[in-house]
Ligand binder design. Structure first.
Ligand code: 5RP
Length: 244
């Protein structure tokens, strides 16, 4: 009698590996690729190492990603020394059905937004736990200049949110840019574009971790059935599965 064997469910780590590898399809050969930050992007960087001879190099969004890229022999360029990039690959803490995202769980939001803005296409890589109907369950990171922290916290309170300073080993966390991060809970983001524009105008805010102006064009979503492609520009293409 034939025994039917069921595939065990994939772990979150395996889903991240899957989408990290799938993102290689979007890397333009002979060019410089924009590289984000985080545990999912680390899988992409590892995969990128296997085609390092086919790309010119990378523009990185954090010191951590720069170290990882360089360790694999991938040249890292300063954003100021290169022009527009074809593609930026990065993870997200939340992504909605239009490609708007919350980012900055890894505190790299400002540089991530800069490299995303410098790129023609944002390809988000994420496991399916990151897909939400509405942004705002994940605490929204905001990079602030330290002297503005209390005022920005009060401004969020006036909106109905609760903001707290992110700590690392008991002291305020310092970003790659030498600034602080506050994390905001209790807000549902009905209009991500308007929210991002408003908060970014507050004095002392370096950037808010809502990516609506720099939203993703494509998301490679790791699911139990394989990698699902969400194409926000051509929704009819959404649903294509790259099986594993
Ligand atoms: C870092 C980010 C990351 O993309 C985001 O936090 C997702 O990280 P991970 O892939 O580890 O879940 O915005 O600032």
């Amino acid at each position: 009698m034939t025994q039917l064997t069921q595939k065990p469910p994939m772990s979150q780590d395996e889903l991240k590996t899957l989408v990290g590898q799938a993102a290689l399809h979007y890397v333009v050969k002979g060019e410089i690729v924009g590289v984000g930050t985080g545990s999912t992007v680390n899988k992409f960087i590892d995969a990128l190492g296997s085609i390092r001879d086919q790309i010119k190099g990378a523009v990185s969004s954090s010191e951590a990603s720069t170290l990882r890229l360089k360790a694999l022999g991938i040249p890292v360029f300063d954003a100021n020394d290169v022009g527009e990039l074809a593609v930026y690959i990065d993870g997200a803490d939340e992504i909605d059905g239009l490609g708007n995202m919350v980012k900055g769980g890894g505190a790299a939001l400002t540089r991530e937004k800069i490299v995303a803005a410098q790129s023609r296409r944002f390809v988000c890589i994420a496991d399916e736990s990151k897909l939400v109907d509405k942004l705002g369950c994940f605490p929204i990171p905001v990079e602030v200049i330290p002297m503005a922290t209390s005022r920005v916290v009060r401004q969020f309170a006036a909106m109905g949110g609760r903001a707290s300073l992110r700590l690392k080993t008991g002291v305020p966390m310092v970003t790659d840019n030498g600034q602080h991060i506050i994390d905001v809970t209790g807000l549902q983001i009905a209009d991500p574009l308007a929210f991002e524009s408003t908060v970014n105008q507050w004095p002392g805010v370096v950037t808010v971790g809502v990516f609506a102006h720099q939203r993703a064009q494509v998301c490679l979503l790791g699911t139990a059935a394989g990698v699902k492609t969400l194409d926000f520009q051509a929704p009819e293409k959404t649903g294509a599965l790259i099986a594993y």
